[in-house]
Each structure stands twice: as C-alpha cells, then as structure tokens.
Write a protein that binds this ligand. Structure first.
Ligand SMILES: *Cc1c(COP(=O)(O)O)cnc(C)c1O
Length: 244
C-alpha cells in the first residue's frame, strides 16, 4: 500500500530535522563533522516508513523484535535485488533469545545488544561464511538497574576478551540505555560512564570505535559525551503504540 503523502512529508521533515540537529550538536560539542551516525529505529513501523526514509538517504535501520524484523527484511530484499534499495543495513538492538540467534546472524549486519557469552558464541558459529563478520556492541547496564539488560561494568572486559577471539564477529564497541531522566546532567553522567568504559578497553589494547548511545530524548547529552551511533525512533517516525 503506498504511503499517504502526509505521512511521507512528515517523515521527511522529521528526518531532516534530526540530521540538522546532529550536525549542529557535533559542532557545538567540537565533534568532527559527520562523526555521529544516525540509526533510524523502525520497530513497530511499517515497511512504507522505511522506504520513505530510505528515499531520503537513510540507509541504516534498527529493529528490536526478531519476527517483525524478518518479515520486513524479507520483503525489502526483493526491493534490494531490484537495486532500488541496494544499500540497506540492518541493526538488531533488542533482547536476544537463544533460539533466535540464527535468524539474527543470517539477516543483520550489526547487533548492538550482546550481553551473554553463549549468545555471542552462537551468533559467531551460525554466521554464514559467505558474509563478512557480524559487527557487534556489548550492551552495558550502565546505571546498574535491576530491570535493564546488559552486563555490569565489572564484566565488560572479560566478555570483550571472549568476543575478540571469535572469527565471525567483529567487536566494535559498547551500547547502553541509561536510566530514564530528563536532566541533561544526569544523562551526561551515564553516557560519560560508558565512554570511560570504552576508553578503558582501548587502553588495555582493544581498538574499539563505537559508542552506541542516545535516543530521541537524550541526543544532546549522548553527542556531548562521544556517541558515534545514535538510535532514533520516535523523533523520525512518530510515537509508537504502547507495548502490549
Ligand atoms: C526503541 C529503541 C530506541 C529508539 O527510541 P526512541 O525514544 O523512539 O528514539 C533506541 N534504542 C533501543 C535499544 C530501542 O529499543
């Protein structure tokens, strides 16, 4: 079903606004131009929205639910083979169940939410050898919240060491979803903590270049503290229906 024109122009306007904002914040916080990459989080949103964003030049998309993502990826593969959408990159950013690792590693280029050794091992072992290594981030529970996914700071190093030995996985960096807060100082504290964890790894010999942090509500704090990928859904595609 073709997207109605109101929805198309809304997404276009939102996307341009977010990109403009990113470039402005890079300058404001003395980050190199274009050093912050935009990941458009399209979970719960229809394929038409993805096509609209793609037509505006957005090539990286984030999904959180495996089944939903697979349906979209499959449908869009047909478009890809038509060359209309040949540069489409999928990032998995949601919780990973053991029985979903094959589907994820066969269909995604990136996974931001690795937090367990067994999951990493399976993503590695099941990665098709025809594909380049899966690009991964370790998800960190940066504010030590009981309800949140991710490893605690003390466990980052050992998981990173394990991951760096896997041949079909390329460890790129760290990801976090900080404690919800509307206070930019609190937000920056959490993000600074993640940045320090990455610096710590690099001081001990890793060469990691990715900080996946910042969403619609805390972009400024994330960019101020060194985000290299921001994961933005609502500000591009509008509100999502409440989770059931
Ligand atoms: C949904 C989601 C986002 C996007 O959040 P918005 O507030 O809509 O920008 C980012 N990261 C993760 C891990 C998500 O699940």
């Amino acid at each position: 079903m073709p997207e109605n024109s109101e929805q198309i122009s809304q997404i276009k306007a939102n996307l341009n606004q977010v990109l403009e904002n990113l470039r402005m914040l890079e300058e404001q916080y003395q980050r190199p131009a274009n050093s912050v990459q935009l990941l458009a989080v399209s979970k719960t949103k229809p394929i038409e929205d993805i096509c609209t964003a793609y037509a505006c030049g957005q090539h990286h998309f984030g999904e959180s639910y495996v089944q939903e993502a697979l349906e979209k990826i499959k449908k869009l593969k047909i478009e890809q083979s038509n060359i209309k959408m040949s540069k489409l990159y999928w990032h998995f950013i949601g919780p990973i169940q053991k029985n979903k690792t094959r589907a994820i590693t066969e269909n995604f280029q990136w996974v931001h939410s690795v937090e367990r050794l067994v999951i990493a091992q399976r993503l590695n072992d099941q990665r098709p050898s025809s594909l380049p290594p899966l690009q991964v981030c370790i998800q960190v529970n940066i504010d030590n919240e009981a309800s949140k996914a991710g490893v605690i700071s003390e466990d980052i190093q050992s998981l990173a060491e394990y991951l760096s030995k896997l041949k079909h996985i390329k460890l790129r960096g760290l990801m976090a979803i900080p404690k919800a807060s509307s206070d930019i100082h609190q937000q920056r504290k959490s993000f600074a903590n993640l940045r320090e964890q990455l610096e710590h790894l690099n001081q001990s010999g890793f060469e990691l270049d990715t900080l996946s942090m910042g969403m619609s509500g805390d972009l400024e704090a994330a960019i101020a503290e060194g985000a290299t990928i921001v994961r933005v859904g609502t500000a591009i595609f509008g509100k999502r229906p409440p989770k059931t």
